[in-house]
Design a protein. Structure first.
Length: 325
C-alpha cells in the first residue's frame, strides 16, 4: 500500500504532459512580465472597459491599429496573453484530470484552473472599478498561480517520481518550519513590493525603507536555510540542487532590487519612466516570482523527504484521499 502522494502510474505521454506544463509555465512568465510592463508605464486603464475593449468584442482588432499605441498595446496585449494562458491552463487541467492516476493531482489541476479564472475576473474588476487595491490583489494572486504551475511541473518530473524508490529522511522534519517561514517571508516581501510599485504610492520613503529592510530579513533567513541544507543534509542531492538555485536567484533579485531603487531615485520627478527603469522593474518582478516558486519547491521536497508526506498534501490541497492500492 502506497501513500497517495507516492502513487503514480506513468502513462505513455506523461513526459509530453510535463513539456506542456512547462510551456504553460513559460507563457505565465511572459504574462507576469507583460503585467509588470503595464504597471511600470501606468497603463492599467489604457483600455477603460471590460469584458469588451473599446466596446468591441473583437479581441484582435478592438481599435484601428491599437498595437501602435504603447499603453493600449500594453494593456490589451496583457489581456490577449492572459486569454492564451487561460486556454493553456484549461487544456492542462483537463489533460491532468484524464491522464493522471493521482486524485490529489487531478484536484490540483482544477485548483490551478480556478486560480486563472479568478485572475481574469480580478483583472477585469480592476478596470471596471479603476481600483489600485484590486491591482495589488491581482498581482499577489498571480504569484500563487505561478507557484502552483511550478508545483505541477515538479509533480510530473523524474525528481519527484523517482523519490518513491528512496527511503525518507526523518532528520528533515526539523527543517519544515524553516522552509515554510522562508516561503512566507518571500511572499510578504512581494506584497511590500506590490505596494511600492503600483501607481499612487511610487517612491514613498516608508514603503521603500520597509521593502529594503525586509529584504535583509528575507535574505538572512534564506541563507540560513541554505546553510542548514548544505551542511546538515548534504546527502539530499535534489534538495541541495534546488536550494543552490534559490541562492542564485536571491543574489540576482537583490541586485535587481538595488538597481531598480537607484534608478527610481535618479529618475524621480520624471513624467514617464525610462526604458531602463521599465526593463529592470519588470525583471525584478519576474525574478521575485521565480524566487517564491523555488522556495515552494524546497518546501515540497522537504516534506516529501521527511517521510511526513501526509502533511504535505494538506499544504498542497485541503486533504489527501485515502491510501490507494
Amino acid at each position: 500500500m502506497e501513500h497517495p502522494l507516492m502513487s503514480f502510474s506513468p502513462e505513455t505521454n506523461w513526459s509530453s504532459r510535463r513539456r506542456f506544463t512547462i510551456a504553460t509555465f513559460i507563457t505565465a512568465i511572459l504574462l507576469l512580465g507583460w503585467g509588470a510592463f503595464v504597471t511600470s508605464i501606468n497603463a492599467g486603464m489604457a483600455v477603460p472597459d471590460w469584458p469588451t475593449s473599446f466596446d468591441s468584442y473583437d479581441p484582435f482588432n478592438p481599435w484601428p491599429e491599437w498595437w501602435t499605441i504603447t499603453p493600449v498595446l500594453a494593456e490589451h496585449g496583457h489581456r490577449l496573453l492572459g486569454a492564451l494562458t487561460g486556454i493553456l491552463t484549461v487544456i492542462l487541467a483537463v489533460w491532468t484530470w484524464k491522464a493522471d492516476s493521482r486524485p490529489w493531482m487531478r484536484r490540483l489541476g482544477v485548483v490551478v484552473l480556478a486560480f486563472v479564472v479568478l485572475q481574469g475576473v480580478l483583472g477585469g474588476m480592476r478596470v471596471v472599478y479603476n481600483s489600485l487595491d484590486l491591482a495589488v490583489v491581482h498581482a499577489l494572486l498571480a504569484q500563487i498561480y505561478f507557484s502552483l504551475l511550478v508545483a505541477m511541473i515538479l509533480f510530473v518530473s523524474p525528481m519527484w517520481v523517482h523519490r518513491v524508490e528512496t527511503a525518507p529522511d526523518s532528520d528533515l522534519s526539523s527543517l519544515k518550519t524553516s522552509v515554510i517561514t522562508a516561503s512566507s517571508l518571500v511572499y510578504l516581501q512581494i506584497f511590500l513590493g506590490a505596494l511600492l510599485r503600483h501607481p499612487g504610492v511610487g517612491i514613498d520613503p516608508l514603503y521603500a525603507m520597509a521593502h529594503l529592510g525586509f529584504a535583509l530579513l528575507v535574505s538572512g533567513h534564506l541563507m540560513s536555510v541554505w546553510f542548514r541544507i548544505r551542511y546538515r543534509h548534504h546527502e539530499e542531492v535534489d534538495l541541495n540542487k534546488v536550494s543552490n538555485y534559490v541562492m542564485i536567484i536571491l543574489g540576482l533579485q537583490v541586485s535587481l532590487g538595488l538597481f531598480a531603487y537607484f534608478i527610481l531615485l535618479d529618475e524621480r520627478g520624471m513624467v514617464e519612466p525610462s526604458k531602463l527603469q521599465v526593463i529592470i522593474n519588470s525583471a525584478h518582478l519576474i525574478v521575485g516570482a521565480m524566487l517564491f516558486s523555488s522556495t515552494i519547491v524546497v518546501c515540497l521536497l522537504t516534506f516529501w523527504r521527511s517521510g511526513e508526506s501526509e502533511h504535505l498534501s494538506e499544504y498542497v490541497l485541503e486533504h489527501a484521499p485515502e491510501h490507494l492500492s
